[in-house]
Write a new protein. Structure first.
Length: 417
């Protein structure tokens, strides 16, 4: 009688044989070179698997190559872990960083105070992946939205040490922001990001997310009239902010640091940004965020925000028909194989940035919502419901969905057709 062999192992070995038949010796050599560095880790992995009845050790990679994933996906993992969605008391999760340059050293320092992150885990994770039967030892790291509504119902996992708090307050004063004064962060992604980070934006495929900081200046000026200092963010930028307003600070060009990128995002009254990953940093500290020039309109990305969030999208101009594409039409073209610029070229659209007037309106809405002076009309409620009816939302996060900017929907109801 033949012993039972797990189907996973049968599939693994069949796949190896098929790939060898298709690729010959070159495939065999490539697999050998891939396996060789992980060989010393194989005995350790086998021992850890044997301990599974007592403790389940799982391996995972922290997505440290891009600040949005580094911040948001790690925080969402911790929320899901605390909610008991993927682990229990017998589970020990250990991490390493992905093989690319780490995008922010301050975030790295703070996650290392919170997670078990060790360099040798990379070898263990690779060995576990090479050996059949290791699926249960892989950390289910989230790469989508907060479908369970955990962020607004949980506290931030990252905190600054007393020394970091002192350093942050001192740096704020050096920027010209008095102690206790409210400030807003603004951020606009441009082509300098691609040039500085080719490993996360190969061949410019994500340039559709770029915006012009100049379009945000009307909103910045208005916010200073409402009592806020405005801090322009960005690790690398093309344009400087030309202003004589002392309450608008071009931090990105005069005083930028990894530490202050995180501290400012964590302490701002709210964040006015675009779809660059930096806008996800204030979200993990539960700060309100306005996501402007948002594209693509997709459920997973929309649900990355919290209940305090506001969003206004770029509009998509159909070149041949000379009209704007509706949200419903775009969703019909969207798929998991979305390829950025290439996708928009294929469907024949030009992406239209938010106007200075649209950006000003949504900034005012956020300010008035936070001050509890915003007046919600029956029309606004109906427009929000029409927008969210475009998506299949049957999960618990229905009660925690963010809002589209009220003024944007009032002026563009045809996009909801």
């Amino acid at each position: 009688m033949k012993p039972d062999v797990p189907l996973e192992q049968v599939g693994f070995w069949r796949r190896q044989v098929r790939q060898y038949k298709e690729g010959g010796l070159s495939v065999l050599l490539r697999k050998y070179l891939l396996i060789l560095p992980s060989v010393p880790s194989i005995p350790v992995v086998l021992i850890l698997r044997a301990l599974r009845p007592l403790v389940l050790v799982r391996f995972g990679f922290v997505a440290s190559h891009a600040i949005g994933h580094f911040a948001y996906n790690t925080e969402l993992y911790l929320c899901e872990r605390d909610a008991g969605l993927h682990s229990n008391k017998r589970t020990l999760d250990i991490f390493c960083y992905d093989p690319f340059p780490i995008t922010n050293q301050q975030l790295k320092k703070m996650w290392e105070r919170t997670l078990h992150i060790y360099s040798p885990v990379r070898g263990l994770a690779r060995a576990n992946r090479l050996l059949p039967g290791g699926a249960s030892h892989v950390i289910p790291f989230p790469y989508t939205g907060d479908f369970h509504g955990l962020l607004p119902r949980s506290n931030a996992h990252l905190v600054f040490t007393p020394r970091e708090e002192l350093a942050g307050q001192s740096a704020l004063q050096n920027l010209g922001i008095p102690e206790g004064a409210p400030f807003v962060c603004i951020h606009s992604r441009d082509t300098s990001y691609r040039d500085a980070n080719p490993h996360v934006n190969e061949t410019g495929r994500n340039d559709y997310r770029n915006t012009s900081i100049q379009n945000y200046m009307n909103a910045a000026e208005e916010l200073t009239q409402r009592g806020y200092f405005v801090v322009r963010m960005g690790a690398v930028v093309n344009e400087t902010v030309e202003t004589t307003n002392p309450m608008i600070i071009d931090y990105a060009t005069i005083a930028r640091s990894d530490f202050m990128d995180i501290y400012l995002a964590a302490k701002c009254s709210f964040f006015l940004g675009c779809t660059a990953g930096l806008h996800l940093v204030p979200i993990i500290f539960r700060r309100p965020v306005i996501r402007t020039n948002f594209v693509p309109i997709h459920r997973d990305d929309l649900l990355a925000d919290t209940t305090q969030g506001l969003t206004i999208p770029k509009k998509l101009w159909l070149r041949e028909e000379r009209r704007f594409m509706t949200f419903r039409e775009f969703l019909a073209t969207f798929s998991d194989s979305f390829r950025g610029n290439e996708h928009f070229q294929n469907i024949g659209v030009d992406l239209i940035e938010n106007t200075p007037e649209e950006l000003l309106a949504v900034a005012v809405e956020m300010d008035e919502r936070l001050k509890e002076t915003w007046q919600i009309t029956k029309e606004d409620k109906e427009l929000q419901e029409r927008f969210w009816s475009l998506f299949d939302l049957t999960d618990p996060n229905e009660d925690f969905r963010p809002r589209l900017g009220a003024e944007f929907l009032r002026h563009n109801p045809e996009l909801l057709a």
